[in-house]
Design a protein. Structure first.
Length: 285
């Protein structure tokens, strides 16, 4: 599984360590296992060091020959978690932007507590239609995607925002102040977006924090943007794709980081003052 994701690679390496332990506990050398399974002699070593991704059948053969057939299903679950961690934008968007936007609707609908940190953009639930259009247009241009369903994708993204206003969904959003100073779509679009943030921040379902420029970041520095969906999973936005984290210890790490970032943010009147200052700077251009 070739992937730029260090977390996904680490998960694959962890699976390899576990497989080595099973082999050793079974009293087999790497050559013994390869011979019994009918594999090339180097395959066992490559799998154990995370250099080759085992197939589901490989895991079942491995566990059977090592006298650990009862662990096969758990090993398969670990493999699927590692393989599902990194999702390339190309793979996600190959059927069009509209379907890519629709694919996350069930997750949005079942999530009750959203924790969102962004150092790049205003996040989707708080975006205006014009800002959404600018973001998706940039996506189309940068990734060389067809633009024939761009308007439909915008509509889907706008429609998803209904979760802010219905049910018991709660959104804790933390933005870096730099997000307010980056005029996505041009000054006019950005002024409208910032004005919308002033309104959205007053909604009962939304907690909006802004980490001011110049605040002491010794304890926690800006990081890649990420979304937490309850304690079920984390989606981390990368240049080439997104990382889906579902392992409980890693999800807990993101929860801790979100708490630290949120502790550096300002809220209420102080956050509104930063947003207003960014609007005034755009108006003065």
């Amino acid at each position: 599984m070739a992937t730029p994701s260090s977390s996904a690679q680490q998960a694959l390496e962890a699976l390899g360590v576990r497989l080595r332990e099973i082999r050793v506990d079974g009293g087999l050398t790497g050559r013994d296992l390869a011979r019994a399974a009918g594999w090339h002699s180097s395959k066992v070593s490559k799998i154990e060091h995370g250099k080759q991704t085992p197939s589901i059948e490989d895991l079942r053969v491995w566990s059977r020959h090592c006298g650990a057939a009862g662990q096969a299903d758990d090993l398969v679950a670990s493999l699927r978690a590692a393989e599902g961690m990194f999702i390339e934008w190309r793979r996600m968007e190959r059927t069009g932007l509209k379907l890519a936007q629709q694919s996350v609707v069930p997750l949005w609908e079942r999530t009750r507590r959203f924790r969102i940190y962004s150092s790049w953009l205003v996040p989707g639930p708080l975006q205006t239609r014009a800002y959404i259009s600018a973001v998706l247009r940039s996506t189309v241009d940068r990734r060389g995607l067809p633009a024939d369903d761009l308007d439909a994708a915008v509509e889907v993204r706008v429609e998803k925002q209904r979760v802010i206003h219905e049910g018991d969904h709660r959104f804790a959003v933390v933005l870096e102040e730099s997000v307010l100073r980056q005029p996505i779509g041009g000054p006019e679009t950005m002024v409208g977006q910032l004005g919308h943030l002033l309104t959205a921040g007053t909604l009962p379902s939304v907690s909006l924090g802004v980490v001011p420029l110049g605040v002491d970041r010794s304890g926690i520095w800006p990081t890649e943007g990420f979304w937490m969906f309850d304690d079920e999973q984390v989606s981390v936005e990368l240049v080439s794709g997104h990382l889906r984290v579902t392992q409980a210890p890693e999800v807990a790490m993101y929860a801790d980081v979100f708490g630290l970032l949120a502790s550096r943010a300002v809220y209420g009147a102080a956050a509104r003052a930063l947003i207003t200052s960014a609007i005034e700077a755009l108006d003065a251009r």
